[in-house]
Design a protein. Structure first.
Length: 228
């Protein structure tokens, strides 16, 4: 009887040991493998998101700012109306050797020959949604600047501006683009809106004949302007 009891105990011990070993293998091999696969997938997804969000904002030193020839435009809520409006392409070209991004609205104001601001800053044209634009080296983002006819508005006090002062989206520093235009000198919330600016969007590289940013040299006026 004692021999049979000892044999039964040994069999039970062997079975228990086998079950414990199987559980240990499952815990030490199966679970980490699944966890490693899951972790790898999560890491890959995280890396893709991280890379997409790592494109830096374009620095002022990375951008060439230029204004192209104007074309007739029609936009509601701006002084002049109908064919008296002119749309100018405002281009931001990445002249650096690295990819960067712009998104949103540039700030635009007219300025006099002595550098003083003329009138109110351009209002935002929100007719098109703003999106982030990733610029490879040499690529261009474009915003539309729409100018009205100040002489058509009462209380405008039109003057000849020396050009536009442009602050790229997300920047605090501005750059002057000299290109004379007629502007409203009146300021305040009751002053007529004579300038609007849209959000940046992808554009083709600058065409020949655009006016680039240059704070030193005044450029000829577009069309006849009254004497200052």
């Amino acid at each position: 009887m004692r021999a049979a009891a000892r044999l039964g105990w040994r069999i039970a011990a062997v079975v228990a040991f086998g079950a414990t070993a199987a559980l240990a293998v499952t815990l030490t091999r199966g679970a980490p493998l699944h966890a490693a696969l899951t972790s790898s997938r999560l890491a890959a997804g995280s890396a893709r998101s991280h890379d997409a969000g790592q494109v830096p904002r374009c620095a002022m030193s990375s951008l060439r700012i230029s204004i192209g020839p104007g074309t007739s435009a029609s936009v509601a809520g701006i002084t002049g109306g109908g064919a008296n409006l002119t749309r100018y392409p405002l281009d931001f070209t990445n002249v650096s050797g690295a990819t960067c991004a712009l998104g949103g609205y540039p700030a635009v104001v007219a300025f006099r020959a002595d550098g003083a601001q003329v009138g109110n800053a351009a209002a935002l044209d929100t007719s098109a949604a703003a999106h982030r634009v990733v610029l490879a080296p040499g690529a261009t983002a474009r915003a539309a600047v729409i100018a009205g006819t100040p002489a058509a508005a009462a209380g405008c006090r039109p003057v000849v501006a020396a050009g536009l002062r442009v602050t790229p989206p997300g920047q605090s520093a501005a750059r002057d683009v000299r290109d004379r235009l007629l502007a409203c000198s009146a300021t305040g919330h009751r002053a007529p809106v004579f300038l609007r600016v849209g959000a940046v969007a992808p554009a083709a590289p600058n065409a020949s004949g655009t006016v680039t940013s240059d704070a030193e040299t005044a450029l000829p006026a577009r069309g006849p302007l009254p004497s200052e």
